[in-house]
Each structure stands twice: as C-alpha cells, then as structure tokens.
Design a protein around this ligand. Structure first.
Ligand SMILES: [Fe+2]
Length: 223
C-alpha cells in the first residue's frame, strides 16, 4: 500500500514589506522660544484688528492667509524652516528642487474652548504644515487633558474597510493599522505632511485659547 502523501514539512517564511509609505515630518523647533513669542504677539495684534476668515475651523479665529506679510521676520523664518523640511521629503524627476520657487501661504488659528477643525485637505499644494505655539493647557495640566488632538487619516481609507468595516490590515509593526492617527503635540512641534492627506482637529476643551500657525507649501517652476 503506498503511503498517503502528507505535506507536514511545508513551512512558510513570510517577509512583510511596507509599500507606498506616506512621509510625515514630526519636528520640534530647537532654540525657538524667541521666534515663537514674536509669532504669538504678531498673531495677538492681528486678531485684535481683524475679524478673520471661516474655513475648516469651527468656533475659532482664522486669520487671512497673508501672515507672511504681517508676521515680520519671525514668519519669514518659520516659512523658510518649513520649506527646508518639505524639501527634504521632496524629489522632482529631472528637476532640481533648489531651482524651483518654493511658495508659502501662512495663516494663524486661535481656538477657544469647543473649537475644532473638520477633516479636510489642502488642494493645489504639495505640502501642508502646522506649528503649535500654545496648546492651551494650563501650567501643571497636560496637553492630553484639553483635547483638541490633531489627527491624520490613512489616505487609503476606506479601501480596507469596503468589504468589512471591522477589518484592519496588520502593519510591519505587527499591529492593526487604524484609519486615523492622532499625534501628541506640544508647543514648538511642527508637522509637515503631504497636502492631500486629510486631517483635522478634535474638539478642544481647554479654558485658554489655543494658538497655531498653518502653512501651504508649493514649488513652482521659475518664470
Ligand atoms: Fe489643515
């Protein structure tokens, strides 16, 4: 009688590779105190004189997008810093990124208790950035206690969930990948991310006003 074939010896060696990563720069300004206090006073002055605009912000003050014109040297330095970070994550096929014109639009957000930003993206740009100047937490109170977490949405959403909303892909770190990632941020944190990445801010529950600066960053061919 021939022995029944079994395949007990078969094993699989799996090598997971993470494809199509999305670069997000999570930065901390070093020696940035003087710069940040100058930015903050420019924003306070502007807010006192200006009604602001209504964008993705709910319940907060959003300046015009011309902060590079009214924010002085500090605003220009911040723009240069953010562009340098964006450049590090940028490559142009057969073009020299340093020969392009890097253009920044900048605005300030002042958010009172109850404010939030709906999920949105920044069309027409390469990169978006945000610098937090004041998280709004009181002394001795952690940033976690005042809500208002900044979050990014997985740009592949809702692909994985289309068959089953409970389904998650396991990432290279062996953990299920969630559709939204909240970042823990504090004063001096600068986040630079692709402008098409949808993002938002959860409801802010602190007593003091929160202050941040947002930027749109683009690179254009020199005329
Ligand atoms: Fe935004």
């Amino acid at each position: 009688m021939p022995r029944e074939k079994t395949f007990d010896q078969i094993k699989v060696e799996a090598q997971p590779i993470g494809l199509f990563e999305t670069p997000v720069a999570y930065c901390t300004l070093k020696n940035g105190e003087a710069l940040m206090s100058e930015l903050e006073s420019a924003i306070r002055q502007k807010k006192a004189a200006d009604q602001g605009l209504s964008r993705s912000n709910i319940g907060g003050w959003h300046s015009d997008t011309d902060m590079l014109n009214w924010g002085g040297d500090a605003a220009r330095k911040l723009a240069e810093t953010a562009v340098n970070v964006a450049k590090r994550m940028s490559h142009f096929h057969e073009k020299d990124k340093n020969q392009l014109d890097w253009v920044v639009r900048m605005w300030a957000n002042v958010t009172p208790k109850g404010g939030l930003n709906h999920l949105h993206s920044h069309p027409g740009n390469l990169w978006a950035a945000v610098l937090y100047l004041d998280m709004g937490n009181d002394e001795g109170q952690s940033e976690d206690e005042v809500g208002g977490r900044f979050y990014l949405e997985d740009p592949r959403f809702p692909m994985a969930a289309m068959k089953d909303t409970s389904f998650r892909l396991i990432g290279q770190n062996n953990a299920p990948q969630q559709y939204e990632t909240e970042l823990r941020l504090q004063r001096g944190n600068l986040v630079v991310f692709p402008a098409w990445t949808r993002h938002g801010v959860r409801v802010y529950t602190g007593e003091r006003e929160r202050i941040s600066i947002a930027m749109n960053i683009d690179a254009q061919q020199r005329a």
